[in-house]
Ligand binder design. Structure first.
Ligand code: SAM
Length: 230
C-alpha cells in the first residue's frame, strides 16, 4: 500500500513522465512508496480536436485553460476517492517551503493541476482548488516543473524513499538552519585539509561543530530563518 497517491493533471504530460520514472521519485514509485498518475488534460477535451484552451473574455494576450476539461477530470478522480488537497501550481500561490513539504508528505491522496498558457479559468480556482502553491517569485511557462519540484520535496521525506532515512531530516531547513559543510575522502586534496574535528571520531564534538557551522552559515546567508527558529 503506497503512503501517498499523487495525480498530476497536465496539458503536456510528456514533460512530467521522464522525471517520475528516474532517480529518487522513480525509485520510490518502483518500491511502492508512492503512486503517481499523470492525466493528459487533452483526453478530457469536449471537441474532437482536443482543444483545452480559449481566448480570454475582455481581450488580451494569451490563452486560458477552459473549465470543462479540468472539471471533468477532477470530478472523475473525486468520484473514485477522497483527496486531501487539490493543488494548483501558481506564481501567486503560497510559497513552497520545507514546512509545507513536510505537511503535504502526510497526505494520503493529492491532485496537482499544472497550468499553462496565460493561466486557467478563475472558476476552476474558485470551486475545485483547495490550495495554490508557488515555487518562487518568477514565472515559468507551465506548472509541470513546479509540480515536479514540489513532488520531489514531498517524496524524499517518505519513509523508504531514500536510502538513509535519517538524511532527509538532517537537510537544510528541517530545523530552521542551513546545512553544515560536508567533506569526503581524501582528508587532504591539493593542500586543502578537512577540519580536524571531522577526523577525530568524537561524535559529540562533530555534532557540536556541525551545529555551529550551520548557525554561522544561516546567520550570514539567511538571518531571517534564525528569527523564526529562535
Ligand atoms: N499569467 C500567470 C501569472 O502571471 O500569474 C502566469 C501563467 S504561467 C505562464 C503558466 C503556468 O505556469 C501557470 O498557470 C502555473 O501553473 C505555472 N507557473 C508558472 N510560474 C510558476 C511558479 N513560480 N510557481 C508555480 N507555478 C508556476
Amino acid at each position: 500500500m503506497p503512503l501517498i497517491r499523487i495525480d498530476i493533471i497536465s496539458a503536456v504530460p510528456q514533460l512530467v513522465e521522464p522525471m517520475i520514472s528516474q532517480s529518487i521519485i522513480g525509485r520510490a514509485v518502483s518500491k511502492g512508496v508512492v503512486e503517481i498518475y499523470v492525466h493528459n488534460l487533452h483526453d478530457y477535451a469536449e471537441d474532437k480536436f482536443r482543444h483545452i484552451d480559449d481566448a480570454p473574455f475582455g481581450g488580451g494576450a494569451g490563452m486560458i485553460i477552459k473549465c470543462a476539461p479540468v472539471f471533468v477530470c477532477i470530478e472523475k478522480l473525486l468520484s473514485e476517492r477522497h483527496y486531501d488537497e487539490i493543488i494548483y501550481m501558481s506564481p501567486d500561490g503560497e510559497m513552497l517551503n520545507q514546512e509545507l513539504a513536510n505537511q503535504l508528505s502526510l497526505s494520503r491522496n493529492i491532485i496537482i493541476l499544472a497550468g499553462h498558457y496565460k493561466g486557467i479559468d478563475q472558476r476552476i480556482r474558485d470551486v475545485l482548488i483547495t490550495k495554490e502553491i508557488s515555487i518562487g517569485d518568477y514565472v515559468l511557462s507551465g506548472g509541470e516543473l513546479p509540480a515536479l519540484v514540489m513532488i520531489d520535496s514531498i517524496v524524499r521525506l517518505l519513509p523508504g524513499a531514500i536510502g538513509d532515512s535519517e538524511s532527509a531530516l538532517e537537510d537544510a531547513f528541517q530545523n530552521g538552519l542551513l546545512d553544515s559543510p560536508h567533506y569526503t575522502r581524501p582528508a587532504e586534496f591539493r593542500g586543502m585539509k578537512v577540519p580536524d574535528v571531522l577526523l577525530g571520531g568524537n561524535h559529540a564534538s562533530i555534532r557540536s561543530w556541525r551545529h555551529e557551522q550551520a548557525v554561522d552559515k544561516t546567520q550570514r546567508r539567511r538571518p531571517d530563518l534564525l528569527d523564526t527558529f529562535e
